[in-house]
Design a protein around this ligand. Sequence first.
Ligand SMILES: Cc1ncc(COP(=O)(O)O)c(C=O)c1O
Length: 482
Amino acid sequence: MSTPPSALTSPAVTVGSALHSSSAINAAISAIRTELAAKQQLITEARPAQAEHKATLASWLARATEVRGRGPLYPYLGSGIGNGALVELIDGSVKWDLINGIGVHMFGHGDLDIVEASLRASLGDLVMQGNLQFNAEAIEFAEFLALEAARSSRLKHCFITNSGCMANEAALKVCQQKTNAAPRIIAFSDCFMGRSTTMSQIGDTSAYRQGIALNIHVDYLPFYDADMGQRSIDMGLWHLEQLIHRYPGQHCCLIAELVQGEGGFNTAPREFFVGLFEAAKKAGIPIWDDEVQTFGRTETMFCFERLDLGQYIDVVTIGKISQACACLYTQEFNPRAGLLSGTFAASTSAFATGLCALRRLQNDGYYGSSGKIAKLFEAFKQHADAFIAKHPEWFPPVVNSLGRASRTFVGGSGGMMRLTPFGGNKEKIGRLLNNLFEDGVIAFSAGHGPYHLRFLPAVGVMKPEQFTSVFAIMEKSFARTT
Ligand SMILES: Cc1ncc(COP(=O)(O)O)c(C=O)c1O
């Protein structure tokens, strides 16, 4: 299948295409780009809040707390402009955004091409596109994903959703229908899949399951433990074989994040998954790969490609950096009519900006072992290693959930970066995150003990040398965290 030409750039045969190629509109967009770029020149480094704007932020946060019934996680409210990895808040402060709404803004804040894609999309007649009424963007978006996935897997079809969680709901239904409603699910310890009642039950965080009716049967496998190496691989397989033996024919899927996100940016080698996937396949259990957080961020667009696991994958879900989310499946898993639908797929601007980001990632040297994403991780690791060597007092051994002490303080893969100070202590890392925010670095936590600092930088625009400024701020924040 070759990619058909974009409807937005075809010769002007309809009024719509004449509008989209109008020289008046092109000139207006060009003027907006110039004005935005000029304003962005004023945002070049982190800076503290301005006294006269502090009350404005406080009053917005009070309103947010009142309307939601709970305060936000951070005292964050954007002013509506940023410059790459830097973002300005309404109190006039500028911060390095190393979390991007948990991995959503791959090209950071106010990227000119993304803004242009959004402006052009805003001229369309549909704000939201859905299953009944859609324009070319929805098809192009799905086609892009299907073609990219098909390069190294049997995946063929794509159903679009408006959240990662809904993509996962679609995936679960596809797996259940394929296995005639087999009632059980196999997942990994510490996984995360979203917040619907079903996904909250599969996700392995106890707090997210509090107070909801437990009506899903989930069997957990231990995730890979690098310190145990081959024993961890053998142990995982042993657990899976026990489950298959205990509940023959009763599992609708084995669901895996190939790099665990919320669970702590835990990675595993190919061999770990190969043994499990082969055993599951032999037992007729479909493999569902949740790439909602990994998608686009590792050294290949789909993480299964980097690990050469495409042949095993029956269903994959993606989201975040793509702006709209999706569930892709093989021809064999294409469900019967009626199973998947919904009023909203995504907004026209989500499709247009998602496609703009994905095409750039695909074409501009981001992937591969010496691509921009690999280089950014390498820069992070070098800075982190130097930081740890300079301040060993902040990096005591980290005791993992099996009680073993480890001296691995840096981890992750590609645009998923993790640092584990203070022995992974939850409270201390919480205080550190607040100090970092105040000092000009926005990060988040991951893991369930040990806890880690989690970074999902704007890989599309962050430059390796910018970690110098980030680590200088971190040094200050660490020093005042008690
Ligand atoms: C692996 C994974 N799956 C699913 C989700 C849920 O996505 P969403 O928050 O868009 O519903 C997330 C969100 O963080 C995730 O990391």
